[in-house]
Design a protein around this ligand. Structure first.
Ligand code: ASP
Length: 423
């Protein structure tokens, strides 16, 4: 039944239809469609009748040449090599092709199935800057594809502390590993790593530059959440909040979102932390409405997505940020006041939960609008898809899947059940 979910999601994405519109198009109730989209382990999950499956197949087959192709529109590549350095490498179609692979990975990411398609492959995870989720999730994604991971963290214990160049480090590691994930505090440094090797390199954050895999998992999450809520990305209102100057995740995400149509971006930040002009100019080219403000309350009103970010204190010396007061905090009272029941609250994490930090409040933790842990969960499937694409195994995954033998809970977080599995 896993395949049925992938086919249906793919069909809705390619037809650019909400669940309601798609249910009407194939002549079934929204409720029936929801049950066909549920994960297999959900007690309410149902198999789609043969006749409906055939009809969906016929609709897709009748789509114009090109859009009906199930062949992926990529490998992910940069200057002829299988590398992921910038979100600029993606078109809307190639991102959607990647998301098809991510959908296929979901049962593995959720520990229902296993695969060994990367058995024998080794990943070098090189993190020269702080990280928890990006490092562990890239590692876990590689392991769930059957590979193994070697990690190094920080400069202190690396040869860079002895003055080794990026070129030398990159070339050396290329002899040890089959793929390299790199995070480094300098913008452009990961591209320098990539130039010194022919093996796949993934940019896991280069200073204030980019964080492409985060943007991909964010858009993937928005699409899945919107599907549940009966919305599509075209025409959505996205509010980006916080440190838009140094926050690399919003740089990549804004560019990726701008591949859609008719968006409204509200960019909310203290005056000294505004979105760089080149990114604003770039999204402006897509014909989207852009508003910039430092007024949080006004900025969040009517947003479909509120994407909060942490102040990147590690990137600037001056501690005081004018306008970044407790009033600037996104918390339950504010969200209840100015956002709708369907507004998604997202954050790339980590959020600074120390007293006095004005980052996204924890009092939203039990609110189903808070999508931060769905983002992190989806990160595994998306990063598996990235590896599968870069290493050329995406066509082997489906047939390689076996049932997982160990027992794991139906949902991993105590609050996850609020969604009744309708994701
Ligand atoms: N984890 C994200 C990043 O590495 C966001 C952050 O650190 O605030 O860019």
């Amino acid at each position: 039944m896993t395949q049925q979910q992938t086919v249906l999601r793919d069909a809705m994405r390619r037809l650019n239809m909400t669940r309601d519109a798609f249910a009407a198009r194939i002549g079934v109730s929204r409720r029936a469609l929801d049950t066909w989209l549920l994960p297999d382990e959900s007690p309410e999950s149902r198999a789609m009748p043969e006749i409906a499956a055939r009809y969906v197949g016929e609709i897709l087959a009748r789509m114009p040449e090109g859009s009906a192709s199930t062949q992926s529109a990529y490998p992910i590549e940069f200057e002829g090599r299988p590398q992921l350095l910038s979100i600029d490498q993606f078109s809307r179609e190639s991102a959607e092709a990647l998301f098809r692979t991510a959908d296929m990975m979901q049962p593995i990411a959720r520990r229902r199935k296993i695969t060994r398609v990367l058995e024998g492959a080794v990943l070098a995870n090189l993190f020269f800057e702080a990280s928890t989720r990006t490092r562990v999730s890239f590692g876990a994604a590689f392991c769930r594809l059957g590979g193994s991971v070697c990690d190094t963290t920080g400069f202190t214990f690396s040869s860079m502390a002895k003055g080794e160049s990026i070129y030398d480090t990159s070339r050396v590691i290329s002899g040890y590993a089959d793929a390299i994930v790199v995070r480094h505090p300098e913008q452009g440094s990961v591209a320098e790593f990539a130039r010194a090797t022919n093996i796949p390199v993934i940019n896991a954050g280069d200073g204030p530059g980019e964080h492409p895999s985060q943007a991909l998992l964010d858009l993937y999450t928005i699409q899945r959440e919107f599907s549940r809520l009966g919305k599509i990305v075209d025409g959505a209102h996205i509010a980006m909040v916080g440190d838009l100057k140094y926050g690399r995740t919003v740089h990549s995400l804004a560019k990726l979102l701008s591949l859609h149509k008719g968006l409204k971006f509200t960019l909310v930040s203290p005056a000294s932390l505004e979105m760089p002009a080149h990114i604003v100019e770039r999204i402006g080219r897509g014909g989207h409405v852009i508003e910039q403000t430092s007024d949080l309350r006004a900025g969040l009103a009517n947003a479909d997505v509120v994407y909060a970010t942490r102040i990147q204190k590690e990137r600037f010396a001056d501690e005081s940020i004018e306008g970044y007061t407790p009033d600037f905090q996104i918390n339950r009272a504010l969200v209840d006041d100015v956002c709708g029941r369907d507004t998604l609250i997202m954050h790339p994490l980590p959020r600074d939960s120390r007293p006095g930090a004005n980052d996204l409040a924890t009092d939203l933790n039990h609110d189903s609008r808070l999508a931060i842990f769905r983002q992190t969960d989806n990160g595994i499937a998306v990063r598996m898809a990235i590896f599968a694409a870069l290493l050329g195994v995406e066509n082997q995954v489906r047939h390689s899947m076996r049932d997982a033998t160990w027992k794991s809970p139906a949902s991993v977080g105590p609050d996850d059940a609020v969604f009744h599995g309708f994701d």
